[in-house]
Design a protein around this ligand. Structure first.
Ligand code: FAD
Length: 317
């Protein structure tokens, strides 16, 4: 079922989660172990992230080194199929521009369609570590907008090189990402919102936000979106902070602020166990306030910590 239909049919805030494929070679049971404890809260959908290739240097016997391309977390499509099969829940694969030609994107979307997947989250992806900025494939999509457009064309039965008529149409509900505290590359919030609106105008039906810890930023973001005519559901993305280190790393990686009252509580903690408790309390407070404002869904970035997501979910759902 489409994410937007889940939202339309609901009479209260929904619960959903995002998971990461396991590291290459690890068992899928680590994924199931993470999802099992959360099934009692009936997630409406489970997002599965996509991880592009990275470059590693391998030492040869003669002392020279070889540059190799490897994907550390493959398996997005297989995990989606396994989740749908095991839990009868909608899986939402993330699809990215990075590393994909348009032809490869088309083939990936055909696979997803054949698997009975109804939703995709269309993203640009980040640059790989060896590149200073994002570089699309020469014949690939440069922005998430282009990926949305390609998916919309397939929903209309228009494939890249086929000139036959009456081609089978896909029927994906397309979600896109947004940033209540601005995307790191964007010169301004206005410019970021302008491009977000282009994604929605091109056919994106819902938005999932980057994590944030300050609800007032999310509420302002939604207000600004509505003011410029972005009217699709906006789903807040939530991360539960569990270690002191995350308080310094997350702002750098995701371009976000930790609100001072939260940071003051974190600084007082002597152990990460204490930070975890503070993080859970903060997330419960955030979630309750968001539900009060009738957000369509709370989307948790579980990142392998389903125990804390369970603690929060049991307080708010
Ligand atoms: P875009 O919408 O393409 O925007 C990228 C930047 O370009 C923005 O600064 C925007 O303002 C600007 N821009 C957009 N269009 C134009 C234009 N026409 N001209 C000039 N500038 C423009 N990454 C992964 O690799 N795998 C994942 O599974 C994944 N999941 C994610 C899930 C969520 C909910 C979020 C919020 C992010 C996720 N990411 C993932 C990270 C994401 O790929 C990065 O944040 C990436 O840098 C931007 O992706 P985007 O889809 O927002 O890009």
């Amino acid at each position: 079922m489409k994410v937007v239909d889940h939202i339309k049919q609901a009479n209260s805030t929904l619960f959903s989660i995002e998971i990461l494929p396991p590291l290459k070679g690890k068992s899928i049971h680590s994924i199931f172990d993470g999802i099992d404890p959360l099934m009692e809260f009936k997630p409406s959908f489970v997002d599965v992230t996509y991880h592009r290739e990275e470059y590693i240097y391998k030492q040869r016997a003669d002392g020279t080194s070889e540059k190799l391309s490897t994907r550390k977390r493959p398996g997005t499509v297989g995990i989606c199929a396994a989740i749908m099969n095991k839990y009868k829940v909608d899986a939402v694969p993330h699809i990215i521009c990075g590393g994909f030609s348009k032809e490869e994107t088309e083939n990936a979307l055909i696979d997803l369609h054949f698997l009975g997947i109804d939703n995709v989250l269309a993203l640009r992806g980040d640059s790989i570590k060896s590149e200073p900025a994002f570089i699309p494939e020469p014949d690939g999509n440069a922005y998430a907008l282009d990926l949305v457009k390609q998916t919309v064309l397939m929903n209309k039965g228009k494939y890249l090189h086929e000139e036959l008529s009456e081609l089978s149409q896909t029927n994906f509900c397309i979600g896109v990402a947004a940033y209540p505290e601005k995307h790191i590359d964007a010169p301004s919030m206005d410019s970021d919102l302008k491009y977000l609106k282009q994604k929605v105008d091109a056919g994106a039906e819902y938005i999932v936000t980057q994590m944030f810890f300050d609800n007032s930023k999310f509420f302002k973001f939604v207000k600004d979106c509505r003011a410029m005519g972005i009217n699709v559901p906006i789903i807040p993305g939530l991360k539960i902070l569990t270690t002191k280190k995350q308080a310094t790393i997350l702002p750098k990686i995701f371009h976000l602020e930790i609100p001072s009252p939260f940071m003051e509580q974190i600084e007082k903690c002597k152990t990460d166990q204490e930070v975890k408790e503070v993080g859970i309390e903060w997330s419960i407070h955030q979630s309750k306030e968001l539900i009060k404002q009738s957000v369509p869904c709370l989307h948790f970035y579980t990142m392998g910590t389903s125990d804390v997501t369970k603690r929060v979910a049991s307080e708010v759902f």
